[in-house]
Design a protein around this ligand. Sequence first.
Ligand code: FAD
Length: 254
Amino acid sequence: MEALIVYAHPEPKSFNAAMKERAVEVLISEGWAVTVSDLYAMGFKAQADGDDFSRRSDPDYLKYAAEQTHAATTADGFAPDIRAELEKLIRADLLILQFPVWWFGFPAILKGWVDRVFAAGVLYGGGVGMFSRGRFKGRRAFLSFTTGGTAATYGPTGLYGSADVVFWPIQNGILNFLGYSVLPYFQAEAPSKTDDAGRAEILTAWESRLLSLDTLEPLDFHDLEDFDQQAGWTFKPGVVGRTVAQSSGAKASE
Ligand code: FAD
């Protein structure tokens, strides 16, 4: 079983680095083959642009997803760094994204990794399915992040709002979109505002989480079968929305 940890933090002595290192140790001890993409150390290019393709289908006007689809059917069509990441990703049974929450989402370098590596024509589109028919159906992925805010701040009555809502775009729009079974996220709460003992506790909880992956229920998303393509991919009659983003949709279709 292969695991890929995509790790995005600019400081090698950060708490995120400690979490990444603990994950490598624990997963290897559990028999996983582990690969780490350390995006800052790699100097990973965050911006998606025309240099990402060896030969463009349209050199005059860049349509990024169309060029991805073209590159997917061209020998060595993608830039070498994208090809290398795609190979790692396609091998991985488990994907962990390890990052500090910046502006309620990914650091730009990790968003750039998603933009460039989750390529149309390879991982979705052009005959490759999406969501419950996605390319990575049967594989697992989850988010492991540190925050400045506490878990309560990210609760339903908290200032930042529920983490399930904050991370819906990533958990649904990226991981579930590609077909992954999305395991619950792990939040390392405010490591810079706690003491050494508190941080040690977080790392112990992280270790326990990694040791219990097989017992975790994936998040519940609607199956593609719940939607009517002819009706603009909206709920079929009778489907009751049950996610943080789609509960009100049920009322609209009734
Ligand atoms: P660090 O500051 O690297 O580490 C914290 C402490 O842990 C340090 O004292 C370090 O020495 C110590 N440490 C390192 N290794 C170990 C170890 N092995 N054992 C024990 N201690 C160790 N927060 C939000 O909640 N929402 C936001 O939208 C948000 N936006 C942000 C935007 C930006 C641009 C920035 C810079 C920050 C933002 N933050 C936000 C805060 C950010 O999420 C936190 O600062 C970050 O998650 C803390 O994690 P870190 O790895 O950077 O911690």
